[in-house]
Design a protein around this ligand. Sequence first.
Ligand SMILES: Cc1ncc(COP(=O)(O)O)c(C=O)c1O
Length: 323
Amino acid sequence: MTKPILQRRFPALERTLPFRRLGDGPTPVRRLTGTTRDDLWCKDESGYGTGGWGGNKVRKLEWLLPEMQRRKAHTVLTVGATGTNWGLAAALYARELGIDTVLALVDQPEDEHVREQQRRLRESGATVHHTRSKLLTMAGAPWLFLRHTRGGRLPYYLPPGGSAPIGVLGYVEAGLELGEQVVAGRLPAPRHIVTAVGSGGTVAGLALGCALAGLRARVIGVVVNDTLPLATRDLTRLADRAAAVLRKRGAAFDTPQLRLTATRDYLGGGYGHPTAQAADAADTAEAAGLRLDPVYSAKAFAAALTADLEGPVLFLNTYGPRK
Ligand SMILES: Cc1ncc(COP(=O)(O)O)c(C=O)c1O
């Protein structure tokens, strides 16, 4: 198994921070042609993962699953919305390690995409509790923990999107990987990197990874979720917590200068509410050979196409393939 760049760069982490490779990196980078921007590039995470399942959740699980094993977890308890990509990825990959998944799911606008996800969730073996709203989920949390306690051990809790500091390391790794691709001449150093923000782990990790790699790109987080605190300062705090984990586990580095900005300009009516701009962006992407989803990646791509940003602009595609 090839070592992650984080462990190569900070050898102390090999002993303190377990890693399990679940996908093949580096993920491809390419120039996108036929759009209104001539300096647009894509780093495509869609194929990162095994068994026909990819996207941005897999890199988080590469650090989270071994950590759960280290803590001898039998069950992971996590939360999301009814169309959760995160909950599905967690269920599929945890199952391979004999770890059960319990999901508490809140409602989101229902469409074909959400119905399809629900079918997949049923097949994944996850135990699903429809808690409907954030308030009811919080009220029901003590019951959920007790209900899924086994042999006196509580389930291991993970926040929405797997955006715990250890999950964030998946995108620190991706930022370092991007740094190596720039050095190898696979793409020009981006001035801006644009990607979706659902729970924040992806952009927080990316900003930290880019800073550690010496890239000066600003990460633009396109917020698509109005149910969590995802302002620039919240995302920066999450990146700081990931940096603190790295230091605590033995990595030594100077305080990195994070370049990270969140925008809510592409959110539309709220989480899961379609926008015309995103639908147009998805069509443009398709013509350029990229398949996007309406909830996350198409809204982010709309920003990559239309925001007033100095290039080169790199779009990080976070949407995974579906079986
Ligand atoms: C396809 C897709 N893109 C982007 C995101 C956002 O990533 P994050 O939750 O790390 O902000 C998610 C999940 O939330 C997702 O499923």
